[in-house]
Ligand binder design. Sequence first.
Ligand SMILES: NC(=O)c1ccc[n+]([C@@H]2O[C@H](COP(=O)([O-])OP(=O)(O)OC[C@H]3O[C@@H](n4cnc5c(N)ncnc54)[C@H](O)[C@@H]3O)[C@@H](O)[C@H]2O)c1
Ligand SMILES: O=C(O)C[C@H](O)C(=O)O
Length: 320
Amino acid sequence: MRIVKKRRKVSIIGAGNVGATTAQKIVENGLADVVLLDIRDGVAQGKSLDILEAGPLMGFDTRIVGTGHYEEIADSSVVVVTAGFSRKPGMSRDDLLHKNGEIIRDVAHNIRKFAPDSIIIPVTNPMDLMAYVLWRVTGFPRERVIGMGGALDSSRFAYFLSEETRTSVSNIHSLVMGGHGDQMVPLLDFSTIAGVPVRKIIPSDRLEAIVTRTRNGGAEIVHLMKDSSAYFAPAAAIYSMIESILHDRHRIIPSSVLLEGEYGIRGAFVGVPVRLGNQGLEEIIQLPLSAEESSQLAHSAAVIAEGISALNRLFNNFSE
Ligand SMILES: NC(=O)c1ccc[n+]([C@@H]2O[C@H](COP(=O)([O-])OP(=O)(O)OC[C@H]3O[C@@H](n4cnc5c(N)ncnc54)[C@H](O)[C@@H]3O)[C@@H](O)[C@H]2O)c1
Ligand SMILES: O=C(O)C[C@H](O)C(=O)O
């Protein structure tokens, strides 16, 4: 007997650099059908057609629809939110709070209305705070709002470690926790090369330089590109999360989720290692952090909590 399984649907809000690159990866790898939505007339439609016209060359049969209408996102398994402004050289991610906050509140209302059963992956910056807006407005359970930040930061950290040691990236496991901002916490005790802790292999001054470069990884690209932030590695990070969810792989991927007492933090979205499967967030992995790492994480969470206070001042009422 043939098992016929309908392809899953992923919607991406924002057809800019991150959104369109993510769409292309999903469709080319046959992971899901995609709806690409943008406020700019014709952009999502044009990019979708362009991606489809590569089908005969790349050999994929997955579909992508470009649209400006939220009705199209109905029945999505996953909705990725990349709509909004990116920072320019000299700006911090938090400088985008007001402009992107308004956009994301509107996007959240539409997700609640048209894709109420979806799992949301917030990407727009400042990501941990935009995740909070999406969670507050949609009223989704925390299992279904999972922000992308730690996957990207950990990948950057791993790449820099591989470059330093001239070792294949496949031998490197790295972990970055905390907010997706200047206070992120790269964890040396949980980062290894072929199972050996990095502190045993790389001298401390070099490790310190790598940690600093990881913290500034986003800014380094913004400085180089001037009018855009990163999008190839971000799209790969989003893809890895969606793949673990749709294929129910239970991969442990650092992501920004609402903490309810884990790591001593409550009421904020903060990056922690989580297990991702069909239902979204399956488990928050609690690691035995050192006193110094715990205090760095607490500091990062305190900065996010300040951002939440600013959001509460901005939106008296999240549901307007
Ligand atoms: N979390 C992360 O790790 C991470 C990584 C990279 C980028 N980002 C963030 O993702 C966001 C997008 O980055 P980008 O490089 O794709 O930017 P971009 O400018 O290329 O694309 C943004 C798109 O959003 C669209 N848009 C704006 N308002 C909209 C609305 N109301 N509804 C639908 N679409 C709307 C724009 O028309 C544009 O096409 C930025 O905020 C950036 O800082 C986050
Ligand atoms: O740095 C940015 O503004 C974009 C993104 O958050 C990144 O880390 O590349």
